[in-house]
Write a protein that binds this ligand. Structure first.
Ligand code: ADP
Ligand code: MG
Length: 296
């Protein structure tokens, strides 16, 4: 496990700009920081102990340590070390400098299919790695999908925020506070219906399907007017009120193949959902257009 040290050690080793955060979530705030010795620029995530308990923090750390012990992954933000003091936990992370996909989505309105396909491919690769090592991310959403650099040409996805992650052991899933803290708008029906049940990899795939719909339309499939409350979205998902995927003006511009990916990700029954590994094989995710497919 990571070495736990004190706040003095942290302040001695890292110079952090506490004035201007890089990003903020429901629990943590992330700041730009520099290792005084190596001069490496990093991200410092600070989590008030008031907002979390030791078990949740340990869970997040365990997930990131397992990622590291499995060699890390190019599309997952790595963790370097942790500190704590009386009031806060601190996590030193690789700096991700391209911003949240969320912000890009707002600027762009929607993504082209080519760009969305590349993002889905990268997220699927990250999920495939995680699921293969017994980790479910549990909080996939545009705020937690970051981009490695500002320049679009060489930027890749970096998955952040393992605060809701589930880690399996040899004896099965660790049942920590399963879905506490994550976002209803990206939660599948089985999780909304039974927040205490162990979450499975199919949860992440559902979230990715919702994200893809949003990327291609700029709209949430369960909130097409953009003004629903979390409760209203939750009710629609629990009632299994299918969003319009075919014969709808909202999706009319999408290719059949893109719609097929979304359909396979947001199956009501988690057992029927496509897996991250299978997503990597899907022609749309591989970037094969319909005409090329018929030739092949
Ligand atoms: P929370 O658990 O509170 O949601 P996150 O881990 O998601 O906290 O971090 C909050 C925000 O900080 C993210 O949405 C993102 O904007 C930013 N952020 C997270 N990790 C990094 C990082 N490694 N580098 C730069 N910014 C980051
Ligand atoms: Mg977050």
């Amino acid at each position: 496990n990571s070495a736990k040290t004190t706040q003095q050690d942290m302040r001695f080793k890292y110079q952090t700009n506490w004035k201007r955060p890089l990003g903020e979530g429901a629990f943590g705030t992330v700041y730009l920081s520099k290792n005084r010795i190596t001069k490496e620029v990093v991200a410092m995530k600070k989590i008030p102990k008031q907002l979390t308990d030791n078990a949740s923090f340990q869970n997040e750390v365990n997930a990131l340590v397992r990622v590291r012990n499995n060699g890390g992954h190019p599309y997952i933000c790595g963790m370097k070390e942790i500190f704590e003091d009386k009031k806060y936990y601190y996590m030193v992370l690789d700096l991700v400098s391209g911003g949240e996909m969320f912000e890009h989505l707002i600027t762009l309105g929607a993504y082209s299919e080519a760009d969305a396909s590349r993002l889905v491919k990268e997220v699927s690769a990250a999920l495939s790695f995680l699921h293969g090592t017994g980790i479910v991310h549990g909080d996939l959403k545009p705020e937690n999908l970051m981009l490695s650099t500002q320049r679009k040409e060489d930027s890749t996805v970096k998955l952040v925020d393992f605060g809701c992650a589930q880690i399996s052991t040899d004896s099965g899933l660790i049942l920590s506070k399963a879905s506490a803290g994550n976002t209803p708008a990206y939660c599948p029906p089985e999780v909304l219906e039974n927040p205490k049940a162990p979450i499975t990899p199919a949860m992440d795939v559902w979230g990715l399907g919702i994200i893809l719909y949003i990327m291609l339309t700029g709209l949430h499939p369960f909130d097409l007017n953009g003004n629903a409350t979390d409760d209203q979205i939750e009710r629609l998902i629990k009632q299994r009120q299918a969003p319009p995927l075919r014969n709808s003006p909202i999706t009319a511009h999408m290719s059949d193949s893109a719609i097929d990916v979304i359909e396979k990700c947001i199956k009501w029954d988690p057992k029927e959902r496509i897996t991250a590994m299978e997503l990597l094989e899907h022609p749309w995710v591989r970037g094969i257009t319909a005409s090329e497919e018929t030739i092949a």
